[in-house]
Design a protein around this ligand. Structure first.
Ligand code: NDP
Length: 255
């Protein structure tokens, strides 16, 4: 599909080291957007930036931990200095660390809350002024958050992950009341099972790729990161008065 209106946009994509974030960065860049790539793994970001540059695009690798508010402010400053005013923010950074609540994994609860909620807030804060200013000047401006079907559907072991995604879904809806009147669109995307690195960090074997998650992959068949990226590009390329507010995207076999 052609997304010609993405040409000239300046995008920030978190979670760009892998999965949906990397796929979204590639697709947006392919259609003419300049892209700032945020995640912790610097090598991954550099490889992706080189790939985009080699294909004639413009990319900037900005390693950062989104849970570190000051560090996010710092890379935001660099992104704006090197690429210009940001008019498209994609929050894809996230972690999914399921465990039964009785295991008391406060370390994993904190990582999920810090990354999936506070990290997103840090990034939104860092680019809000740019989004509002771009919209005020008549440009299209987008905030796109990657939540999860887990915001609505309960899975055993996923109480805290689901709670962080429910928070993100509500955050997206609430922000429309602040951003919409200023012509900044907010889109919340809730994917179902998607084939990425997300499950690789699960340390409970019963729930990981050799357990519950692996069984789901076999049973359902996941979406690809590229399919989610396609949605991101579709959302961002609608006419500026059209805001796709909420998208639930599932593999056809996922109930
Ligand atoms: P990946 O694990 O491939 O991508 C997650 C990305 O987040 C990685 O690039 C990782 O890079 C980055 N990240 C994690 N923690 C931090 C941090 N503290 N600071 C900066 N970056 C961080 O998985 P997905 O592509 O699947 O995940 C993208 C989003 O989609 C997530 O929010 C996830 O919750 C959501 N989602 C995924 C689904 C799925 O089935 N895969 C379904 C529904 C929603 P690095 O480690 O280098 O920092």
């Amino acid at each position: 599909m052609s997304y010609t209106t993405l040409s000239g946009r300046t995008a920030v994509i978190t979670g760009a080291a892998s999965g949906m974030g990397a796929a979204a960065a590639l697709l947006l860049a392919e259609h003419g957007a300049s892209v700032a790539l945020l995640a912790r793994r610097e090598e991954r970001l550099k490889e992706l930036a080189d790939r985009i540059d080699a294909a004639g695009g413009r990319a900037l690798a900005l390693p950062v931990d989104v849970t570190d508010r000051d560090a996010v402010t710092g890379v935001a400053r660099r992104a704006k200095a090197e690429l210009g005013r940001v008019d498209l923010v994609v929050n894809a950074a996230g972690v999914m660390l399921p465990n039964p609540i009785e295991h008391g994994r406060a370390d994993e609860w904190a990582r999920m809350i810090d990354t999936n909620v506070t990290g997103v807030l840090n990034v939104i804060e860092a680019f809000t002024a740019d989004l509002i200013s771009a919209a005020a000047d008549g440009h299209t401006a987008d905030l796109i958050n990657i939540s999860s079907i887990g915001a609505h559907v309960a899975f055993p072991g996923y109480a805290v992950y689901g709670a962080t995604k429910a928070a993100l879904t509500q955050l997206s809806a609430s922000l429309r009341t602040e951003f919409g009147p200023r012509d900044v669109r907010v889109t919340n995307i809730e994917p179902g099972l998607t084939d990425t690195e997300l499950g690789n960090h699960i340390d409970n074997p019963g729930l990981g790729s050799d357990g519950q998650l692996g069984e789901l992959f076999d049973l359902i068949g996941p979406l690809t990161a590229e399919q989610i990226a396609d949605l991101v590009a579709y959302v961002a390329s609608r006419p500026r008065t059209v805001n796709l507010r909420q998208i639930v995207v599932l593999p056809t076999r996922q109930a």
